[in-house]
Design a protein around this ligand. Structure first.
Ligand code: PEP
Ligand code: MN
Length: 345
């Protein structure tokens, strides 16, 4: 159950509600939003009596029974789509947001050239890994702090916001200082210690679906972030492992509209990791627009054949430009349907 307090509920009213919940034998988990406090009631058993009592308690706006195990991220809790402000952009709003850049930050030249070019092509956020999760310990592990500094430089030169991955709780503060959005990679989707430490990092999180994770598990991981204080979460479908090996992963295209039914959080599609094959990226990007994703994250490299990671799935700068041009009519339709949906609500 979730208790939504009135916008100007007093401290005493909030405390009193928490007391009542404890008296009923449940645990309290409260989230302080800009406008109001929302209190999660955690526990097992029938909450009817508690719900009825709280509905009549001063300061309470509404009490909602939530049947899904993920509460705060569920559509039951919040019907309106979440919009996340990033560096003047509204992810989840009426602009289709494209994030683009190399898999790994490799050099100043590489990241600056990519940033300038993807910005000119219409990307709004620059991606690039400074801490890289690699299958082999002998592969390039990322430029780490130097990579973060290069991303900052690219932001200063282009105005693009930055999204970059953090792999362990030790580095959260450092990465959050340099980036606008913190990425949690597929391999860390269920690193619960890391998720907890992102609760108070002060940055929105791009949470990528684990390669063997269900949609429900993705939502439970998002719930960790929200329950620990960070409600600015974007979800990312990046393909899952199946018996099919012709593509690097199998893009679970249905997961995008499904997530839109289950959660109010923005959903981003990653056609690069979902396919592993540059020739398939533009088609899947179009699909992403058509099925109502809020944006895309695409790997782009000035010279993919020389990329230290994920070259095979990276578009060249020209290919990215032409993909963005081809996406325009689809994005126009996307905008019209967003506006129509907003009017219908
Ligand atoms: C990446 O974005 O480069 C990456 C490592 O993605 P994923 O975690 O989805 O594999
Ligand atoms: Mn990659």
């Amino acid at each position: 159950m979730i208790i939504s307090m009135r916008p100007h509920a007093t401290r005493e009213e909030i405390e009193h509600v928490c007391e009542r919940i404890r008296e009923f034998g449940y645990k309290v988990h409260s989230i302080e939003g800009e406008e109001r406090v929302v209190i999660g009631v955690v526990g097992i058993g029938d909450v009817t009596a508690c719900l009825e009592s709280l509905e009549a308690t001063p300061g309470v706006e509404r009490a909602v029974r939530i049947s899904a195990p993920y509460k705060f991220v569920s559509k039951e809790f919040k019907k309106e789509h979440t919009v996340i402000q990033v560096n003047g952009l509204a992810v989840g709003g009426d602009e289709f947001i494209v994030m683009a850049g190399p898999c790994s930050v490799e050099s100043e030249r590489q990241i600056m050239d990519t940033a300038e070019s993807v910005r000119a092509s219409g990307a709004r956020i620059l991606r690039g890994g400074a801490f890289k999760p690699r299958t082999s310990p002998y592969d390039f592990q990322g430029l780490e702090l130097e990579g973060l500094k290069l991303l900052r430089k690219a932001k200063q030169a282009t105005g693009l916001a930055i999204v970059t991955e953090v792999m362990c709780d030790r580095d959260v503060e450092l990465v959050a200082e340099y980036t606008d959005i913190v990425q949690i990679g597929a391999r860390n989707m269920q690193n619960f210690a890391l998720l907890k430490s992102l609760g108070k990092c002060g940055r929105p999180v791009l949470l990528k679906r684990g390669m063997s994770s269900t949609v429900k598990e993705l939502l439970m991981s998002a719930e960790y972030l929200v329950a620990h204080g960070n409600s600015e979460v974007m979800l990312c479908e990046r393909g899952i492992r199946t018996f099919e090996t012709a593509t690097r992963n199998t893009c679970d295209i249905a997961a995008v509209p499904l997530l839109n039914e289950m959660t109010h959080l923005p959903v981003i599609l990653d056609p690069s990791h979902a396919t592993g094959k540059r020739s398939l990226v533009p088609a899947l990007a179009r699909a992403g627009v058509a099925i109502g994703a809020d944006g895309l994250i695409i790997e782009v490299h000035p010279c993919p054949e020389k990329a230290v990671s994920d070259g095979a799935q990276s578009l060249t700068l020209d290919q990215f430009r032409s993909m963005m041009k081809d996406l325009k009519p689809f994005i126009q339709l996307w905008k019209e349907s967003r506006v129509a949906a907003a009017v219908a609500v």
